[in-house]
Design a protein around this ligand. Structure first.
Ligand SMILES: Cc1cc2nc3c(=O)[nH]c(=O)nc-3n(C[C@H](O)[C@H](O)[C@H](O)COP(=O)(O)OP(=O)(O)OC[C@H]3O[C@@H](n4cnc5c(N)ncnc54)[C@H](O)[C@@H]3O)c2cc1C
Length: 377
């Protein structure tokens, strides 16, 4: 299944929504003059034999058509700040949403706070609060490596976050601010310590009307967060699609990043309590007067958010291939090379909460990825 309507509004609608033209004009020119174009890169095709699959993983993106929830509320006498529902862009948005969640309690003097959830949203929220002087305890049913966040791709591309026909103008402004703050934060974490690196990514399309990551970014006003955007002659690549565009973004290795942030949290005196909450009343009985809800999909049951739905993603992980040093995204398919394996996506199955790997889907994913290459090794 292809990723559908889940990111963008049109540029026209963005302008009609009253946001300034300056806000959406690209900071970089999207088409580079020929003299500035880079020499073609050596793009070694991924070896896509079924025998190279080392594991299949499934994760459920916590998706809401109108976008993530970031607001302050009350639960009994507690201040409750929601920060959940980031769909397929939770990594990309994490530090930005964490900063904005912390801003919602900026008028209080820092004290003790509870953060519910230990995925990327809970961890980044907890770390941000510590930096602002709060003493934080994380309460979570599961901790890394057993969270949805550990399954993520995780490329810096905040897509499948909202439906273009459902998101409000106010949400889109929040989305843009969160994207900008998070992108800057990840830039400052590039390196092996946090498992963040820059990577050339090829956006492959069969027809011009299909939307690639840059089209989505343009429609949401965050295209300036992608570097070095350039249209490439398909003949200079191994790809079979007639339209190829390259951009540079960051890739995050969840199994490096999440433990690193967890360590930082402990170093600053943070505490993690493994605990499952069955309802909001159990949360109301916590000692902390300020609570941040970062439970992802768990918010559906805990807070009765029926708009929140799982979007199932199944990934096939191939044996690492050190000569593959680029990524691609192609109309819902994607390939991210990591030290722990070549990540092949994707599926975007709305409303499907099955965590069981599906072998027919795996065969389809491998075949569709193979069809993207004109030449093979
Ligand atoms: C296949 C796939 C690929 C993805 N690729 C990307 C990508 O390339 N880039 C990107 O930015 N994002 C990507 N994502 C999205 C990203 O993974 C999610 O948006 C993000 O992980 C959500 O983080 P979270 O912390 O809200 O949720 P989780 O990681 O699910 O964490 C939720 C936490 O809340 C706890 N919790 C829940 N309910 C309860 C309860 N009742 N009691 C106690 N604790 C509870 C859980 O135990 C857990 O600790 C991808 C997701 C998937 C599935």
């Amino acid at each position: 299944m292809r990723r559908n309507d889940s990111f963008g509004i049109t540029r026209k609608r963005f302008l009609a929504a009253g946001l300034s033209a300056a806000a959406i004009l690209p900071a970089r020119t999207l088409a580079q003059p020929a003299s500035l174009q880079r020499a073609p890169a050596r793009l070694v095709p991924v070896k896509l034999d079924a025998g190279r699959v080392i594991r299949i993983v499934v994760g459920l993106r916590p998706y809401r058509r109108t976008g993530f929830v970031l607001r302050a509320d009350h639960l009994g006498d507690k201040l409750l700040v929601h920060n959940y529902g980031h769909g397929g862009g939770g990594f990309s948005l994490s530090w930005g949403c964490a900063a904005m969640a912390a801003d919602l309690v900026a008028d209080r003097s820092p004290q003790r706070a509870a953060v519910l959830g230990c995925g990327v949203i809970g961890l980044t929220t907890a770390r941000t609060l510590q930096d602002r002087g709060w003493t934080v305890t994380i309460y979570a049913a599961h901790t890394p490596p057993d969270t949805t966040s550990n399954i993520a791709g995780a490329q810096w591309t905040p897509t499948t976050v909202f439906a273009s026909d459902a998101a409000s103008t106010e949400f889109l402004e929040t989305f843009r601010r969160a994207s900008q703050t998070a992108n800057r934060a990840f830039q400052l974490m590039v390196g092996p310590a946090y498992g963040v690196r820059w990577i050339d990514t090829y956006a492959l399309k069969h027809v011009a009307s299909d939307r690639d990551e840059i089209d989505y970014a343009l429609s949401a006003g965050i295209e300036d967060l992608y570097a070095d955007v350039e249209t490439i002659a398909p003949s200079s690549t191994p790809f079979a699609t007639p339209l190829v565009r390259r951009f540079t973004t960051m890739q995050i290795a969840p199994n490096t990043f999440l433990p690193a942030v967890e360590r930082d949290f402990f170093v600053r005196g943070g505490r993690i309590v493994v605990r499952t909450f069955t309802d909001a009343a159990a949360i109301a009985s916590l000692d902390e007067a300020v609570v941040f809800n970062c439970t992802g999909l768990g918010s559906r049951t805990l807070f009765g958010d029926t708009e929140l739905e799982p979007v199932r993603g199944q990934l096939s992980i191939l044996e690492p291939q050190s000569d593959v040093d680029y990524a691609y995204v192609a109309e819902g398919l994607y390939m991210f090379p990591r030290d722990d394996g070549i990540v092949l996506g994707g599926t975007f199955q709305h409303g499907n909460a099955s965590l069981a790997p599906d072998l027919a889907t795996q065969r389809r994913i491998l075949a569709e990825h193979a069809a993207l290459y004109r030449t093979r090794t």
